[in-house]
Design a binder for this molecule. Sequence first.
Ligand SMILES: O=C(O)CCC(=O)C(=O)O
Ligand SMILES: [Fe+2]
Length: 320
Amino acid sequence: MANNLAVSATDGCDDQIPTVDYSLLFSEDQNERAKSLEHLGKACEEFGFFYLINGVEESVVEAALKGISDFFELTNQEERSEYLKKDSMDRIRWGLRSHAGENREYLKVVAHPQYHCPTKPASFRDAIGVYFKGMHEVELGLARAISKILGYEKTYIEKEFRLEAGFDVSAMNLYPPSFQSKGSIGVPDHTDPGFFVSLIQDVNGGLQVLSHKGSWIAVNIPSNAIFINLGDHLEILSNGKYKSHIHQVVLDNNQVKRISMATLHGPSLNTVVAPAPGFIDDSRPPAYRGMTYKQSLELNGSDEIDVQSSLDQLRIPLAI
Ligand SMILES: O=C(O)CCC(=O)C(=O)O
Ligand SMILES: [Fe+2]
């Protein structure tokens, strides 16, 4: 992992994270629709991340976060550790990280194409399931909007990534882990694979994203919004036009308890993702190797459910 990261992030207006109104992307009013598509295009190209409003109902987000909180509070560690790694094909996995480089407790579940979730506590599975359903609709909507912005048919990304069988994994995180934190890093700096990541949290504080200008921006998600960060495989498909941005979680002296859910919305596992012909010409040769989503998830020796980035290995060095 790169450089020393426990630095404070700015809230500078220079780097203000844009807000995209999901409902306006599909407005009946053609002018309004064109304007909001243009705004989304700028958010993708000039930032790579944005707050999305009017995507999934606030009550659904709140219920999902309450479900996660119940999971961590109403079960004991022994019950949760039932989901410790057993197999590379795990569809539910629990982990507790408490060392200098990472401090969190997490539960990862495969959300799509088949939803897996612990059955205890009783309310958990349904609350998360409703959120995933809503988010999958939003994923298809964003795929259509971004396809149009990129000059393609609206179903282009949906078909390229085979989103009907898209592999979505959700990481539900608790910081600090059982309050035994051994350092200030919650999650070290990384990018995430996939089309994009959607992120919700119960309190602000901790998540930082590295802007294209090289400054860490604090992600303070408005209560009615979801944070969207474009993923590695949109960067690959667009041959680098849209970038996947590095982010990290820095813990605030272990004082603040925070719950987050980061859902990685990916192509289907057997889809080959490579730079699209429309983004390649003599001056822009392919900058990434193509391979299936599954191969790219396993490139670093990780399991599918780990959803670790392999973007660095996929980059083709520029010929001089
Ligand atoms: O908890 C967060 O805010 C971010 C977590 C994250 O980046 C991840 O799970 O990939
Ligand atoms: Fe992440």
